[in-house]
Design a protein around this ligand. Structure first.
Ligand code: KG4
Ligand code: ZN
Length: 352
């Protein structure tokens, strides 16, 4: 049991994911099946459809994960599934499957917090990297940027405390909403980022929001400013619908570049002020919005200037995946922790 094979399951939202990790924390396989096509006609994730899709997708997703890893279900020694936060119906599918596999095989079970998965994901190695994964150090600062969270955490000897979180919208969420207003299909974040690359830096500016003296994030002000600016542009350009695949006018690209610069600027502002208040040596950045191109350029520069060791989550593990769930479970398993499969419950909102 020192080097257990871990099976991870993640079904908190609209991705059905299964992964296998060896006892050293190497990802043997990580399969993520997107439900985008099923939700697209509705412009967002429909909870009831997500649950049904998870049930329908699980046999193929888990079968592929086992096959790619070259193992059988009976070889699995530790089972993990996300318990929340997320859509309860969607969580229940993965959690129930995990409980059943663990119970049937008499295996230790872990009901993992989704954010704990993201938090430690920067320590996973990208596929093809032969080096064994790095053990997360006993102390570091974790920055989780996703569709539901913009949060800073302090990790100290396995204990996690929240340093800052968003007061309103999360960073990924505002990328999605601004993109949706422009007619882009869900999830709009990556596309907005791509278009922002073609904007003229500095052609337009949005201020960086602060929430008083706190380090908390706030993105709804920036969202409103961007939406108002789109409205203003439409008065001269006419209705903007980028979903129609037409050429994107330069002022729209410039607007998106300014929006993205402010969103990323807020992240750097919080890091700068946190580092002034309580200097830290290692920063681990994760979550779907950690795929943002501007952030992936600016974070290493900031870290270099402050002598901070940076772990940026490998792109493949930035969005929701099951490797991060199996990984968080492995770290708990090594500390001798396990959960009672009968007591674990799915919950839509749970603090880390
Ligand atoms: O971690 P994740 O897959 O799911 C949650 O736990 O929320 O994050 C998804 C979020 C979405 O809002 C998506 O638009 C955003 O991450 N995202 C991005 C980029 N890629 C994904 N936001 C900004 N720039 C990107 N390149
Ligand atoms: Zn997530």
């Amino acid at each position: 049991m020192d080097h257990p094979l871990v099976l991870g399951i993640e079904t908190s939202c609209d991705d059905t994911a299964c992964a296998l990790l060896d006892g050293a924390g190497r990802v043997l396989s990580s399969v993520v099946s997107s439900q985008l096509a099923a939700h697209r006609p509705y412009g967002g994730v429909v909870p009831e459809i997500a649950s049904r899709e998870h049930l329908a997708n699980w046999p193929a997703v888990s079968g592929e994960a086992l096959e790619r890893a070259g193992v059988l279900l009976r070889d699995v020694e530790v089972v993990a599934a996300t318990r929340g936060p997320g859509l309860v119906g969607a969580l229940l599918v993965g959690l129930s499957i995990g409980k059943a596999i663990a119970f049937a095989g008499g295996r230790p079970f872990h009901a993992v917090h989704h954010l704990e998965g993201h938090l430690y994901s920067p320590f996973l190695r990208p596929p093809g990297d032969p080096a064994p994964p790095e053990l997360p150090p006993s102390q570091f600062v974790g920055l989780v940027l996703s569709g539901g969270h913009s949060s800073l955490f302090a990790v100290e000897d396995g204990a996690v405390s929240t340093l800052a979180e968003t007061r309103d919208d999360a960073i990924g969420e505002v990328f999605d909403k601004v993109g949706k207003r422009l007619g882009l299909p869900y999830p709009q974040g990556p596309k907005v980022d791509e278009l922002a690359e073609r904007g003229t830096p500095g052609a337009q500016r949005f201020p960086v929001s602060r929430f008083g003296e706190t380090l908390d994030f706030s993105y709804s002000g920036l969202k409103s400013q961007a939406l108002l600016e789109i409205q203003r542009l439409e008065r001269t350009l006419g209705p903007i619908d980028l979903g129609a695949g037409e050429d994107v006018p330069q002022p729209v690209l410039d607007l998106l570049a300014a929006f993205r610069a402010s969103a990323a600027g807020q992240v750097l502002d919080r890091l700068e002020r946190l580092h002034e208040r309580r200097p830290f040596g290692l920063l681990a950045v994760s979550g779907g919005a950690a795929a943002n191109r501007l952030l992936r350029r600016e974070l290493p520069v900031w870290a270099g200037r402050h002598g901070v060791d940076l772990r940026l989550v490998p792109l493949v593990y930035s969005g929701d995946n099951a490797a991060m769930i199996a990984h968080a479970a492995l770290l708990r398993h090594r500390r001798g922790i396990a959960d009672d499969p009968f007591a674990a419950e799915a919950e839509s909102r749970i603090p880390l």
